[in-house]
Design a protein around this ligand. Structure first.
Ligand SMILES: Nc1ncnc2c1ncn2[C@@H]1O[C@H](COP(=O)(O)OP(=O)(O)O)[C@@H](O)[C@H]1O
Ligand SMILES: [Mg+2]
Length: 292
């Protein structure tokens, strides 16, 4: 019964940073952060995710009501540790996008809690939630969500335009260069390929240097070379800029760039893997069925 073995492995892994109950999460984060900053965070709010991380506690999300109800997330407690790159994998409909939307404050929880740093999202007014999203979170949507009337440049700069701030030119240039958007900046989304639109969406999420970047299949429409560069960019954002990254992917090679992989199925966490390699991820995926 391979699945049972996997479930046991998941139980055993419950103390690693990516999953487990709140006390375990606190302990592992404390261990990781080496005291100082985390202790301060715990002192302020009692939640010790750290300023840059996020976590859910018994998060359940139900869409619709009655016969139409869909339990997209079912009692999910997960930690996205600060300064770590977490991949989220699972079959289609497993709840991957819903989890990212809830943690990013784009969807309300039906029950349970979501913390960004030590701030519980459910306790925020709409206005403060909008501000938190704008200032601390970057999101790359599965469907890009670019504004059709704006050029690539204006789409990339939109979060800063809305916030009334100006970009760090050097970082903007780096993002544009790595994402190979230099000759596309004056184009509108309708004049760009899917891959180009995806790179604009990624640039928009990275340009403000948010604490947490959520990316839903960021390499899904890219050729393998550009995809590899995007993954390196995300990896460097974690290692060099101290960003926290959560990425949905179905690609074991992409997941291999992460520090850990959270496996979801039917709205529940079924496994977590630390220090993933493409081979190990592929092996685990076989037990979960088609991961697209
Ligand atoms: N806005 C919505 N309204 C109703 N059902 C939804 C909505 N969004 C997602 N779902 C359902 O919730 C489940 C999880 O969806 P999703 O998070 O998009 O999965 P994944 O990203 O893993 O493919 C699916 O059954 C999906 O049909
Ligand atoms: Mg999805």
């Amino acid at each position: 019964m391979p699945l049972l073995t996997r479930r046991r492995a998941a139980d055993r892994d419950a103390t690693i940073p990516c999953m487990g109950n709140a006390a375990e999460a606190r302990r592992s984060i404390n261990d990781e952060a080496g005291g100082g900053a985390t202790g301060a965070a715990a002192g302020r709010g009692g939640a010790a995710t750290g300023e840059g991380g996020a976590r859910t506690v018994h998060l359940t999300k139900v869409y619709g009501t009655g016969d139409m109800a869909v339990r997209a997330l079912d009692d999910v407690s997960v930690v996205l540790p600060e300064r770590r790159f977490t991949a989220i994998m699972g079959p289609s409909g497993a709840g991957k996008s819903t989890l990212m939307h809830c943690v990013a404050g784009l969807e309300d929880a039906t029950s349970g809690k979501v913390y960004v740093g030590d701030q519980e999202l459910g306790a925020l007014s709409d206005r403060r939630l909008t501000r938190l999203r704008r200032e601390r979170i970057g999101f790359v949507f599965q469907a890009f969500n670019l504004l059709p009337t704006l050029t690539a440049r204006d789409n990339i700069l939109l979060p800063m335009t809305l916030a009334g701030t100006s970009p760090d030119r050097e970082w903007l240039d780096t993002v544009v260069r790595v994402l190979k958007l230099g000759d596309r900046l004056s184009h509108r989304p309708s004049e760009m390929s899917g891959g180009q639109q995806q790179r604009v969406a990624l640039a928009r999420a990275l340009v403000t240097r948010p604490q947490i970047v959520f990316a839903d299949e960021p390499t899904g429409n890219l050729d393998s070379r550009t995809g590899a560069e995007v993954l390196t960019l995300l990896r460097n954002a974690v290692d060099d800029l101290g960003q926290t990254v959560a990425m949905v992917t179905h690609d074991p090679v992409a997941a291999g760039h992460a520090d850990s992989v959270v496996f979801l199925a039917d709205g529940r966490i079924v496994d977590v893997m630390d220090a993933p390699t493409p081979d190990r991820v592929l092996d685990r995926m076989r037990g979960l069925g088609d991961l697209r």
